[in-house]
Design a protein around this ligand. Structure first.
Ligand SMILES: NC(=O)c1ccc[n+]([C@@H]2O[C@H](COP(=O)([O-])OP(=O)(O)OC[C@H]3O[C@@H](n4cnc5c(N)ncnc54)[C@H](OP(=O)(O)O)[C@@H]3O)[C@@H](O)[C@H]2O)c1
Length: 293
C-alpha cells in the first residue's frame, strides 16, 4: 500500500543543509520550499500567513544567519533571524498545531569540557552567533507547541561554503595550510544529517537531539584527512603540508568552543540507526567529488 503523503514546509530552502534535505526526501514527502527574498522569517505576519495558507504537516527550519565571525559586528541581524525569526516560526506553528523541526548548533556549549556532550549537558554560548542560536532554542521551548531541535556541527556538502571545500581550494593554491589544532568537534556530512532528519520526522521525535557523524577530531586532524584522502582520490595535483596552529594564533573575531563533540545515543535510541564515523563520511564525499570531475 502507498504511504500517506507528508507535506513539509522547508524554510531556508536554498541553504547548504536544505539542499541535501531535498535530495534525501522520501518518496511520500511533498516538500514546499521557501527562502529569502520571497519568504523572510523575520516578518511575523508573512510567516503566519504562509503557514495558514500552505497548511504543512511539518515545518523544517534550515533558515539561519550563519556567518559566525560577521555576527560579532551584526548582532541585530543575527538575533533578528536566529532568535526573533525562529520565535515567529514557533508561534505560527503553535497556533496551527504544526510540529516545528529546527536546527541548532554545538556552539551553544562553552567548550570547557572533554566528554561527549549530551542533550542534558548545560549550555553556555560564547559569541553573538552562539547566543542568537541559543535564544532561538529558548524561543521554541517557550511556545509550548510540538517541537524538535536538532543540534549539529561542522557541516559540509557539495553545495555551499564550508571547511572541506575551502581546504580543497587552498590545497590547490598553497604549499602549506596552517590549521587550528586546539578546537575539537565532530565533522558532519550534510547528506548524513539530512537522512537523519527524515528518520527523526518519521518517528515524530520531540525535544533536543544531537546529530553528527561519530568520532572526534581537531580542525587540523580534519584538514590532514581531507588533504590525504583527496590526494589518494586524485583530486589534488600536489599535497600541501598541514601545520598545526593555536586558536590564539588564528585570531578569529568570534570565540569558538575548544571542545564541542556531541554524543548521538539519543538519536540512535529514537531511530535505531547510528551515525557513521566522520572519516568514512569524508571518503563518501570525496568519492562524489571524484565522480563529478
Ligand atoms: N554550517 C554549519 O557548519 C552548521 C553547524 C551547526 C549548525 N548549523 C545550523 O544548521 C542550519 C543550516 O545551516 P546551513 O549551513 O545549511 O546554513 P546556510 O547554508 O547559511 O543556509 C541558511 C539559509 O537560510 C536563509 N536565510 C537567512 N536569513 C533568512 C531569513 N530571514 N528568512 C528566510 N531565510 C533566511 C539563507 O539565505 P541567504 O543565503 O540569502 O542569507 C540560506 O539560504 C542552521 O540552523 C545552522 O545554524 C550549521
Amino acid at each position: 500500500m502507498a504511504e500517506t503523503s507528508l507535506t513539509v514546509l522547508l524554510v531556508g530552502a536554498r541553504g547548504m543543509l536544505a539542499h541535501e534535505v531535498k535530495r534525501a526526501a522520501p518518496a511520500h514527502a511533498i516538500v514546499i520550499e521557501r527562502d529569502l527574498p520571497e519568504f523572510d522569517i523575520t516578518d511575523a505576519h508573512a510567516v503566519r500567513s504562509a503557514i495558514a495558507a500552505l497548511a504543512p504537516q511539518v515545518v523544517l527550519n534550515c533558515a539561519a544567519y550563519t556567518a559566525v565571525d560577521k555576527a560579532e559586528t551584526e548582532r541585530e541581524l543575527a538575533c533578528a533571524v536566529n532568535a526573533d525569526g525562529v520565535r515567529n516560526l514557533a508561534g505560527a506553528c503553535g497556533a496551527h498545531a504544526v510540529p516545528l523541526v529546527h536546527l541548532s548548533t554545538d556552539f551553544v556549549f562553552s567548550g570547557d569540557g572533554s566528554h561527549l556532550l549530551t542533550e542534558d549537558d548545560p549550555v553556555a554560548p560564547q559569541g553573538v552567533y552562539a547566543e542568537s542560536k541559543r535564544a532561538g532554542e529558548l524561543a521554541i521551548e517557550q511556545t509550548g507547541g510540538a517541537w524538535l531541535i536538532v543540534r549539529t556541527a561542522w557541516l559540509y556538502a557539495t553545495h555551499g561554503k564550508n571547511f572541506v571545500n575551502t581546504m580543497l581550494r587552498l590545497a590547490q593554491e598553497r604549499d602549506e595550510l596552517s590549521v587550528v589544532a586546539d578546537q575539537f568537534g565532530c565533522p558532519t556530512y550534510a547528506p548524513d544529517l539530512a537522512a537523519a532528519l527524515w528518520r527523526l520526522i518519521a518517528v515524530d521525535a520531540r525535544g533536543y537531539v544531537h546529530v553528527c557523524n561519530s568520532g572526534v577530531c581537531s580542525w587540523c586532524d580534519f584538514a590532514r584527512a581531507i588533504v590525504e584522502d583527496a590526494a589518494a582520490a586524485g583530486l589534488l595535483l600536489h599535497t600541501p603540508r598541514v601545520t598545526p596552529i593555536t586558536t590564539a594564533q588564528f585570531r578569529s573575531p568570534a570565540p569558538r568552543p575548544a571542545y564541542s563533540a556531541m554524543a548521538t545515543q539519543r538519536y540512535t535510541a529514537l531511530t535505531g540507526t547510528t551515525m557513521r564515523p566522520w572519516r568514512e563520511a569524508l571518503h563518501a564525499y570525496l568519492h562524489v567529488k571524484t565522480l563529478a570531475q
